[in-house]
Design a protein around this ligand. Structure first.
Ligand code: FEO
Ligand code: CA
Ligand code: CA
Length: 739
């Protein structure tokens, strides 16, 4: 049984195996120096089963994990291995300023969420500050922590009785809307609009570890109302702005706010990219207005945006119902996409065109205006992860579009990397993220893949029958359709990407896919499985997901082709043919989502957002020690699934990485009830790990019938309703995490 952890001290160095000796060595700076200078790397490398590698960052990289893998957990707590502890850094509702009252945790707040930590903590990153107040990659003990507040699901926990739909308060509704039509209370909606977005807070390391600094001038909330600049390539910016014209900003050069920020990117120059994922579900068509052109209807449908008013007699609508507060107040009217005005300058028919981007934020400048980087395409952006920067070469950003059967993309900058740009903020973003090329990925059956440029000059796009592209500007805003036209590969929901600092290989989580999309007759080499949950309780298709990885030809950002294999397949340990990575009861997992490599240890941290194995264990974070593309074998997936009550079988050849086994893949953390684990980074040196716990108690039936009470049940804040939070994990002996 695993320990419910943060109070239990137990030092893994009691373990007699060599890996714990190495762990101790890595844990101590002085001993690390001894290893480097004395025994030496060569000495370590000859010991059986152990090698210590030098990472791209110059740090040592472990080849063994120094903690014991957790058993599954259904506890309402964050569970860690013996020898580890956590503290809560901040949770939903915490105030940024001492003048605001402490969070009630009863929904009693006024409209003050633009100065409180938002809800649904998702991606995060940390930016260190030097003595002059500038960005640095060195641990100075002072930093800003940036957190996405996704808030894709319910917000009822921030209202006294829950949300109000059609006059009924306390109503439980399903994710992504499903509102009964009817006016919603203004205060509820303002609180919901403002708990979305991003928080930027100063954090400092003191005797109690890392804590948030109240009243810092760096503390900032960016919400769904914060003005943002629209940026794109010089040659096409007017084509782009023409699509962004609204009653609020008739030139189309500014937009308001950011929504549903999920994964993220950290740029090499020290800014944050907040990625807009399920923004499409916040809009509605209401109040009549002119009929949409067929092309506009096609575009909206491809993105899941409201394209027609609710049909006569229809009482439910997919949106948050924010538009229902007022048709004249722009804060609410903007969520109605109907063409109710004389032209686009008189209404908000184009408002949804201003969402779906990577939004660049300078964490060290609380007065800087966020920028929507339209050149990186419009999609359900999950992450934007940079290639290993090489001076004098372009940068590539790898991006997943998270919806079933969507694509993987990359943006390659025209500008070549200059390390002198570190710390240059948004102006440097304008240099690298406006001019460049956008590509979609095609994964071929032979283990190779192609990057296909999305360019109006490609006849497949120029002559695409389903959507008539007028110009390159439309390719940036209707990116999914351009990728359809060139035959990109439909993936099993691309989530986060991560780059292995050791070799530059790119990993992408493919979280899962449904039975409607994957059957034994509808698989391909890169999405090869179609099967059923082993005990029949939780889904079919590819219910447990997988992690694909690829290596660019020539290890360059500008490569037009790559080689791929599948790093890991999620599965229950008793899943038979579906367990293609040989997972055991100690490291089985499902629905990989967050993904990140520690530059200190080289550990690949895998986080889950699962609903398919949650009858056995809550969502988790695992540590993996990967090899490289091609280190495994060609295998045949044997698929078996009931399709409309009839058993179908089939086989699909694919490429799977070397089996990691219990030694190289271990469960490190398991979350509280109803939570997803997402967002991870470390303080330089790897002695503190920052992780987000999102939506504990997601399946609460009401504000009084709660599934989880974390973190209040562990002494953080006022007890009662569950809250999303950022936690800081350390080793009780102060050592490096994971090794
Ligand atoms: Fe917001 Fe794709 O997870
Ligand atoms: Ca996610
Ligand atoms: Ca099951």
């Amino acid at each position: 049984m695993s320990h419910p952890d943060h109070e239990i001290d137990s030092n893994p160095s009691a373990n007699p195996h060599f890996e714990s000796v190495l762990s101790q060595a890595l844990a101590s700076p002085s001993r690390r120096m001894v290893l480097r200078g004395g025994l030496g790397l060569a000495g370590l490398a000859v010991l059986p089963g152990c090698a210590t590698l030098m990472g791209a960052s110059g740090g040592q990289m472990a080849s063994s994990l120094g903690f014991s893998s957790l058993d599954k957990s259904l506890l309402d707590d964050v569970v860690l291995p013996p020898g580890y502890r956590y503290t809560v850094l901040h949770a939903t509702g915490d105030s940024l300023d001492s003048k605001l009252p402490a969070y009630s945790n009863t929904g009693a707040e006024a409209d003050d969420w633009s100065r409180r930590i938002g809800d649904h903590h998702d991606a995060l990153d940390i930016y260190f500050i030097d003595a002059q107040g500038r960005y640095t990659e060195t641990d100075t003990g002072r930093a800003v922590l940036v957190v996405n507040h996704e808030s894709s699901a319910d917000a009822h926990l921030m209202h006294p009785k829950g949300q109000t739909s059609n006059g009924v308060s306390g109503k439980k509704f399903t994710q992504f809307g499903d509102w009964d039509l009817g006016a919603r209370p203004e205060l509820e909606v303002l609180k919901e609009i403002n708990h979305h977005g991003v928080s930027v807070v100063e954090v400092v390391r003191g005797p109690q570890g890392w804590t948030m600094k109240s009243d810092s001038p760096l503390n900032r909330r960016i919400t769904a109302q914060t003005p943002a600049r629209i940026a794109g390539p010089r040659a096409h910016i007017n084509e782009i702005r023409a699509q962004m014209v609204t009653r609020w900003e008739t030139s189309g050069s500014m937009a308001r706010g950011t929504l549903n920020n999920c994964g993220h990117g950290k740029t090499p120059w020290g800014t944050y990219l907040a990625c807009e994922e399920n923004w499409a579900f916040y809009f509605q068509m209401a109040g009549g207005g002119a009929a949409l052109a067929p092309k506009e209807t096609a575009a909206r449908r491809r993105y899941g945006v409201a394209s027609a008013p609710p049909a006569a007699g229809q009482t439910r609508a997919i949106s948050q119902g924010w538009h229902t507060v007022s048709a004249t107040d722009d804060r609410f009217a903007r969520w109605n996409l109907a063409a109710v005005g004389a032209n686009a300058e008189r209404d908000f028919r184009n408002e949804a065109n201003t969402f779906g981007y990577n939004v660049e934020i300078d964490p060290l400048s609380s007065s800087s205006t966020p920028v929507k980087r339209v050149s990186m395409g419009r999609m359900a952006h999950e992450g934007a992860v940079c290639s290993l920067p090489k001076a004098g070469q372009p940068l590539a950003f790898y991006m997943g579009c998270d919806a079933r059967n969507e694509y993987i993309y990359k943006f390659v900058s025209t500008a070549v990397w200059d390390p002198k740009d570190i710390g240059g903020g948004i102006a440097v973003g304008d240099k690298y993220l406006n001019e460049g090329k956008l590509y979609a990925a095609r994964f071929d059956a032979d283990g190779r893949g192609q990057w296909i440029e999305l360019n109006i000059k490609d006849p497949r796009i120029a002559n695409y029958a389903a959507f008539k592209f007028e110009n390159q500007g439309e390719i940036y805003t209707q990116t999914r359709i351009a990728a359809d036209a060139v035959g990109a590969t439909k993936m099993d929901r691309p989530e986060w990407a991560a780059v292995n600092p050791k070799n530059g290989e790119v990993y992408v989580t493919l979280t899962n896919n449904s039975a409607a999309n994957r059957t034994p007759g509808r698989v391909d080499a890169a999405n090869p499985r179609a099967y059923m949950d082993v005990d029949g309780k939780k889904g079919a298709g590819n219910p447990n997901g997988h992690i694909i990885r690829f290596r660019e030809d020539g290890d360059t950002a500008t490569a037009s082709a790559f080689r791929w294999d599948i790093f890991l397949f999620g599965a229950e340990e008793d899943a038979g043919d579906a367990n293609l990575s040989g997972l055991s009861a100690k490291n089985s997992f499902s629905s990989p989502d967050g993904l990140w490599f520690s530059p200190t240890t080289g550990i690949c941290w895998i986080q889950t957002d699962d609903g398919a194995m949650t009858d056995e264990t809550h969502c988790m974070m695992l540590a993996a020690l990967p090899g490289q593309v091609g280190d495994g074998a060609k295998v045949t997936a044997k698929n078996r699934m009931l399709v409309n009550g009839v058993e179908q079988t089939g086989t699909q050849e694919t490429f799977v990485g070397a089996t990691l086994g219990d030694a190289r893949l271990r469960r490190f953390l398991i979350g509280p009830k109803g939570s997803e684990i997402t967002g991870v980074t470390e303080a330089p040196g790897g002695r503190a790990l920052f992780v987000n716990i999102q939506h504990p108690g997601e399946e609460s039936k009401s504000v009084t019938d709660l599934q989880s009470q974390w973190p209040g049940n562990k002494g953080y804040g006022r007890p009662g309703r569950p809250r999303s939070a950022t936690i800081v994990i350390t080793r009780t002996d102060g050592g490096v995490i994971g090794v």
